[in-house]
Design a protein around this ligand. Structure first.
Ligand SMILES: Nc1ncnc2c1ncn2[C@@H]1O[C@H](COP(=O)(O)OP(=O)(O)OP(=O)(O)O)[C@@H](O)[C@H]1O
Ligand SMILES: [Mg+2]
Length: 358
C-alpha cells in the first residue's frame, strides 16, 4: 500500500496531485531560497517538504517543533548525529525528548559543532516542521538570521506551519527584525479540489483492488473535504475493514480521538481546554470576526486573542478574506457541531473520546 500509507509521504512517486507545488518548491530550493510552507493541519505540508528534498536526491533532516520546541537545542541534537549515520544515504530523523512545549529556551547553538558538520556534509536541507510551536520567537529569528548570513551556501531551511500560527517575525519581518530583507519564499498549500480528492480515492482503491463506486466516493469527499490526511486515513481504514461505510464511520471516530488528544496536549500551555472549546463552539455556528466572538463568548480581548492564536497554531481555524475566523477542518467542525448544537449525551462524548479533555 503506498497512497493510503498514513505516514507522511517521502517518495515523490507517491505524492498525489501536488505536481505543481512540488515543482515550485524544488525550483525555489534549487535557487537556494529558504521556503515557508503554510497550510492547515493534515493538508500535506510535511509530505511536500520531504518529497521535494528527496526529488533533489538529498537527505532529509527533520526538526519537529511539536516534539522539541527549543530550536537551538534541536539543532544541537542534529549536529551531534554520529558521523557514520551522516554518510548513510537514508533519511535521518533526529530522536527527540518527549513533547516539551513548556521547555525553557536556554541552549545556544555551538558554532564549532555547526562548522564541523558543514565541513563534512557540504550542504544540508533542514525541515523545521510546525514552526508555530517553537519557543522564544525573537531568539529563533536571530538564530535563523545568523545562519542565513554566515551559512547560506551550506544550509537551506524549509519551515512549515499553520497560516495564522507561524510567528509574524518570520512571516513578515519588519525593518527591526533580524530577518528583514532576506529572500524567503512563502508558499501556501491548499486543500484538494473535489476532482483531485476523488482521483486520489480512485487511485488508492484501485491500487488495493478495492471497489469504490462514484456515489460513495462523492459521499466520502463531501465528508472529508479535500484534506489529504483524512482521505488517507479513510483509505487505510477501508483497506482494513473492506467496507466503505464502516471505514468512514471509523475515520470520523478516529479523527475525533486525534483532535481531542491534540486539544488535550495544549492543556500543557496552561489554557483551559473548555475555553478553547467554547470559542470553537461559537465558530461552528458561523464564521465570525474578532469583536463578534468577543461579544458572544464574553472573553476579554487579551484572553480571546490568546485562545485564537492557540487555535491558529493548532491549525484548526483560519481567517477568510473578511477577517472572519472559521473552523478549517471538516471533521473538527462536525464534531463540535454535534457536541454543541445537538447537545449530545455523555455516552456519545465517551465514544468520541472528548471526555478526555473536559
Ligand atoms: N499529496 C499527497 N499524496 C498522498 N498522500 C498524502 C499527500 N499529502 C498528504 N498525504 C497523506 O496525508 C497525511 C497527512 O500528511 P502530512 O503529514 O504530510 O500533512 P501535514 O500538513 O504535515 O499534517 P500535520 O498537520 O498533521 O503535520 C499523511 O498520511 C500523508 O501520507
Ligand atoms: Mg506535518
Amino acid at each position: 500500500m503506498v497512497l493510503f500509507d498514513t505516514n507522511p509521504k517521502s517518495d515523490p512517486r507517491f505524492l498525489y496531485g501536488r505536481e505543481k507545488e512540488l515543482d515550485e518548491l524544488v525550483e525555489s530550493l534549487k535557487k537556494k531560497n529558504w521556503v515557508i510552507l503554510l497550510g492547515p493541519r493534515r493538508v500535506g505540508k510535511t509530505s511536500l517538504a520531504e518529497c521535494a528534498i528527496k526529488k533533489m536526491g538529498e537527505k532529509i533532516f527533520l526538526l519537529d517543533a511539536r516534539e522539541n520546541s527549543d530550536f537551538a537545542g534541536a539543532l544541537n541534537k542534529l549536529l551531534k548525529i554520529p558521523e557514520s549515520s551522516l554518510k548513510v544515504k537514508t533519511d535521518i530523523k533526529v530522536p527527540y525528548t518527549p513533547i516539551s512545549i513548556g521547555a525553557e529556551y536556554n541552549k545556544t547553538l555551538s558554532k564549532k559543532d555547526l562548522e564541523y558538520l558543514l565541513k563534512r556534509i557540504g550542504h544540508i536541507y533542514i525541515i523545521v516542521d510546525e514552526a508555530q510551536w517553537l519557543k522564544n520567537p525573537r531568539k529563533v529569528v536571530m538564530l535563523l538570521a545568523h545562519l542565513y548570513d554566515y551559512y547560506y551556501d551550506h544550509v537551506t531551511f524549509i519551515i512549515t506551519g499553520s497560516m495564522i500560527g507561524v510567528m509574524k517575525s518570520i512571516l513578515e519581518p519588519g525593518p527591526s527584525s533580524p530577518l528583514y530583507g532576506r529572500a524567503i519564499t512563502e508558499m501556501e498549500i491548499r486543500r484538494w479540489q473535489s476532482s483531485i480528492s476523488l482521483g486520489f480515492l480512485k487511485a488508492g482503491t484501485a491500487e488495493l483492488h478495492l471497489e469504490l463506486n462514484d456515489k460513495m466516493a462523492i459521499n466520502i469527499e463531501e465528508n472529508l473535504d479535500g484534506l489529504p490526511g483524512w482521505l488517507t486515513l479513510f483509505g487505510y481504514n477501508y483497506s482494513q475493514t473492506k467496507n466503505p461505510n464502516l471505514a468512514l464511520t471509523k475515520t470520523i471516530k478516529e479523527a475525533n480521538k486525534i483532535v481531542s488528544q491534540e486539544v488535550k496536549s495544549i492543556a500543557e500551555l496552561g489554557i483551559g481546554t473548555q475555553r478553547l472549546i467554547a470559542v470553537l463552539s461559537v465558530l461552528a455556528k458561523e464564521p465570525l470576526r474578532f469583536v463578534d466572538i468577543g461579544k458572544t463568548t464574553n472573553f476579554n480581548n487579551t484572553s480571546l486573542s490568546k485562545y485564537l492564536s492557540t487555535l491558529g497554531r493548532l491549525g484548526y481555524i483560519e481567517k477568510d478574506t473578511k477577517s472572519r475566523y472559521y473552523i478549517s477542518d471538516p471533521l473538527l467542525l462536525r464534531f463540535v457541531k454535534d457536541r454543541t448544537i445537538n447537545n449530545v449525551s455523555r455516552k456519545s462524548h465517551a465514544v468520541y473520546g472528548w471526555d478526555d479533555v473536559t
